[in-house]
Design a protein around this ligand. Structure first.
Ligand code: PFF
Length: 453
């Protein structure tokens, strides 16, 4: 196996890089609208339980598999003992990550356009109806969203080409603190708005009567997506961790950072939305239609503040999408490099071209090609459905089975506890969660999605 694969230089770097992959559009775009749709704080509580009971255990497992193998994800599964057919679990992760990248790039392209619009003060003076028609005509345009997606992918490629330490590590160390500062500033500003406390109440006073089976399932799905589980990313990044890095504490740190950003994103969005009387459950358009509109209304009296708020918010969104897409691009890049001996540069360029071509089709499926449907869904939605609702749970289920039941247990214990020097008391709890709770919980989401339970 190749010796000089690159390593993240410090413990903080390992955490920031993994947190960079986790914190993304899933936190700032998807989490608030899922929360809005699913009754607010009740969703938040269930989400936290999902993170604790199966998110963190799965993350520790992926870290252990990746660091132990010191190789790409497809080779990593199976290197901890058991049949070599477990490699297919890793291979599925690489495939899932590559496919997610294709449509993630499209949505990330929208954030680039909105950052541009915010920069040229393009939201000023628009009516709520205009925000809706503008967004719809933008996403269905045959050229504009594709150009934005290409710009975004080239940015991501640029970081990946710079390598593990100089690209991924340096990029994350720069972007993650920026993201954190922006999000805190925006959250403080938003919660001070008139009537903002109604939004905070919606977020933080749990109404457990709102909890239904679908709340539970949405929260589980969100946990997978947001923590970047089962996509090969965490195992790939862990293969660059150093031997002395502590996997359990890294996973816990990544999980709370991810959770904190999701909560802060909601603290930005809901007080602002309540402040102008917008319905919190509007769904995916929350960040692209509702929010720019909310900014306009909230700051009607001070155009400069409105400009600064919008610019900061969309910059935040682009940065978050970028650190996540870096992870998604690295997975197939290192896979092709190690399995097919293609140079890193060409491997990264090849995957980027693939993502752009498939991403173009996904983007066109919202306009020109919207007539082409698979089981009633356009290509973009088909990709989302297939990856997030089928490939992720299947991959997560088998990853939990492998680590919980089939790999070599002493090797796993050695990896998780750094040869018995850390997290020793936590290990039995982790083992219980990964053997029983994680596979059962994932099976429940999966079966429910197909109406089987
Ligand atoms: N976790 C990211 C988000 O919440 O947006 C999405 C993601 C990024 C998934 C990177 C997987 C990955 F490898």
């Amino acid at each position: 196996m190749e010796q000089n694969r690159g390593n993240f230089g410090s413990r903080l770097a390992s955490i920031l890089v993994a947190a960079g992959s986790a914190v993304g559009l899933g936190n700032i775009w998807r989490f608030p609208y899922e929360l809005g749709r699913n009754g607010g704080s009740a969703f938040l509580i269930i989400y936290i339980m999902c993170v604790v009971f199966f998110g963190v255990p799965l993350m520790i497992s992926e870290f252990a598999v990746g660091r132990h193998a010191q190789s790409n994800t497809a080779r990593a599964f199976g290197m901890m003992g058991g049949s070599r057919y477990w490699r297919w679990v890793g291979f599925l992760g690489v495939l899932t990550g590559s496919l997610i990248l294709c449509y993630y790039a499209v949505a990330a392209g929208w954030t680039v356009e909105y950052l541009f619009l915010a920069g040229v003060d393009g939201f000023a003076g628009k009516t709520p109806e205009q925000f809706t028609t503008d967004f719809n005509s933008f996403v269905s345009d045959p050229v504009q969203p594709i150009v934005c997606m290409i710009v975004f992918m080239l940015l991501t490629l640029f970081v990946i080409l710079a390598g593990v330490e100089k690209g991924i590590e340096r990029g994350s160390k720069l972007m993650m603190p920026m993201l954190f500062i922006f999000i805190v500033l925006l959250a403080v500003g938003s919660s001070m708005l008139p009537n903002g406390e109604q939004g905070l109440e919606f977020l933080f006073s749990p109404d457990l009567s709102k909890v239904t089976r679908s709340t539970l399932l949405s929260a589980m799905g969100q946990a997978f997506y947001s923590l970047s589980l089962s996509m090969g990313c965490l195992a790939t990044y862990a293969s660059y961790f150093r031997r002395e890095d502590r996997l359990v504490s890294n996973a816990m740190n990544v999980a709370w950072i991810d959770l904190l950003v999701a909560v802060l994103a909601s603290v930005i969005i809901f007080p602002a939305a309540f402040s102008v009387g917008v319905e919190p459950g509007v769904g995916p358009s929350l960040v692209f239609i509702t929010l720019p509109n909310v900014f306009q209304q909230v700051f009607a009296g001070s155009p400069l503040l409105c400009y600064a708020f919008s610019l900061m918010f969309y910059l935040l969104l682009v940065l978050a999408a970028l650190t996540s897409a870096m992870g998604l691009l690295e997975v197939p890049t290192i896979f092709m490099k190690e399995e097919f001996h293609i140079r890193r540069r060409w491997s990264a360029i090849g995957v980027t071209v693939f993502a752009i071509v498939v991403g173009m089709a996904c983007s066109l499926s919202m306009g020109l090609w919207s007539g082409f449907k698979i089981a009633g869904m356009n290509l973009f939605d088909t990709f989302d459905f297939f990856t997030a609702k089928i490939m992720l749970p299947v991959g997560g289920f088998f990853a939990a089975l492998y680590v919980g039941w089939f790999c070599d247990e002493p090797t796993l214990r050695g990896e998780v506890t750094n040869e018995g020097t850390t997290a020793v008391r936590f290990y039995p709890i982790y083992r219980f969660l990964i053997r029983y709770i994680a596979p059962l919980a994932i099976l429940a989401i999966f079966l429910n999605q197909f109406g089987l339970i």
